[in-house]
Ligand binder design. Structure first.
Ligand code: MG
Length: 387
């Protein structure tokens, strides 16, 4: 049981298909991890990517982490010898890494980790949610997972009309909860956008807002005071992710739920959030992205850190809006998952034939993560394997 080859390519991703929503210069790295295991005459290949919202990691993967994986040979085999053990692979990839320095390598490692779990679940013939539940001692029934539709970026023209069209589209597809962006316009204009969306929803607890870490401390206070009366579902990514003092200040003056963690990338960061961020375990939401924080072994450490600080794992709603986060939420019994129904294509979203029913969606039952259930995405992944 070995990894014989790792292919990678960094590709641009757009928030929306339309050109007047800024791309933000984003890209992501797609990887294919080729094993020496064969099924139906073909090698089993795991696929992964650097999730969404940060950047591609081709350099670190190519120069540092993929060579370690290939050089590890049989060290990666599970105890029973019949599969790759993703935890052993993670230890091998991280061997020699120094404490700290969580800035970007966590994303490179998480990218390979996603592909390793895909490969291992495929070798086991199980969907990832079931394989991961077995591997971590939890139980996944494959029951539908609560999801919310992420979107609500700023359109370059006719913003309010197009924003409300977008939200109507989410509702027509079976979504019940949505999240929109704030912090990119003067506060009064953001409040108008919030009110326009609220007019389409049954209650304010169906709408979350995401400031994308843009507010300085004073702006955060003004926004919190202005939004508190709405009683929104949550207020996410308030300020600089490491400004725990501002988090704590907002938590004192803003009674509705807050959400944090998307731009915190390690268990050490999570511990600081728990200690100093002032967040409230009875209502606040944790949006760490499993692929951005060193993959599943790193994410599981974060879950343990927060549980030992008194949090329930249902407070976790992983960022990403794609199949991997959906399986993770199902396997670990998390509170839900983001969905990216039409943004960040072809990476965002679930199976092509997935049905969102009452705001819930089932992870696919195909072996592995089930990227094969997304025709546009699997075409891109398979193109990595061409000579
Ligand atoms: Mg966010």
């Amino acid at each position: 049981m070995r990894i014989v080859d790792v292919r990678e390519r960094t590709v641009p991703i757009s928030r929306y298909a339309t050109r007047d929503v800024g791309r933000g210069g984003l890209d992501t790295t797609a990887v294919a991890v080729v094993t020496d295991v064969r099924r139906d005459g073909e090698p089993v290949v795991g696929f992964g990517f650097s999730s969404i919202g940060r950047f591609g990691q081709g350099g670190l993967i190519r120069e540092r982490f993929a060579p370690r994986l290939v050089a590890a040979g049989e060290e990666l085999a599970s105890a029973s010898g019949d599969n790759i053990d993703p935890f052993r692979a993670w230890d091998r990839v991280m061997r020699g890494e120094k404490p700290g320095g969580h800035g970007e390598r966590c994303v490179a490692v998480g990218t390979l980790d996603m592909a390793l779990w895909d490969a291992a679940a495929k070798i086991a013939g199980q969907p990832l949610h079931a394989f991961l539940a077995d591997a971590t001692g939890s139980r996944s029934s494959g029951a539908p997972v609560p999801v919310y539709a992420g979107g609500g970026y700023y359109f370059g023209a006719d913003d309010t009309a197009r924003l409300t069209d977008e939200v109507r589209g989410f509702l027509d597809r079976g979504h019940t909860h949505v999240k929109i962006k704030i912090g990119g316009l003067p506060l009064a204009e953001d409040l108008e956008r919030i009110e326009a969306v609220l007019s389409l929803l049954p209650g304010a607890d169906h709408l979350a807002v995401d400031a994308m870490n843009r507010y300085d401390p004073d702006q955060a206070v003004r926004a919190a005071h202005a939004m508190a009366p709405y009683g929104l579902r949550w207020f996410e990514d308030i300020c600089d992710p490491l400004d725990f003092a501002t988090h704590a200040r907002i938590a004192e003056l803003y009674p509705p739920p807050l959400a944090a963690g998307e731009a915190l990338l390690s268990a050490a960061d999570a511990r600081n959030l728990a200690r100093y961020g002032g967040l409230r375990a009875d209502r606040d939401v944790l949006v760490f992205d499993p692929a951005h924080c060193y993959g599943l072994p790193g994410y599981l450490r974060i879950v343990r850190v927060m549980e030992s600080a008194g949090w329930d794992r249902r407070a976790f709603q992983p960022h990403g809006g794609h199949l991997f986060s959906l399986h993770v939420a199902a396997a670990l019994g998390l509170g839900g998952s983001e969905a990216n129904p039409h943004n960040f294509q072809p990476f965002g979203g679930f199976a092509d034939d997935a049905v969102v029913d009452g705001g819930r969606v089932r992870p696919p039952e195909a072996p592995g993560i089930g990227f094969e259930t997304r025709s546009g995405l699997i075409t891109l992944f398979r193109s990595l394997l061409r000579p």
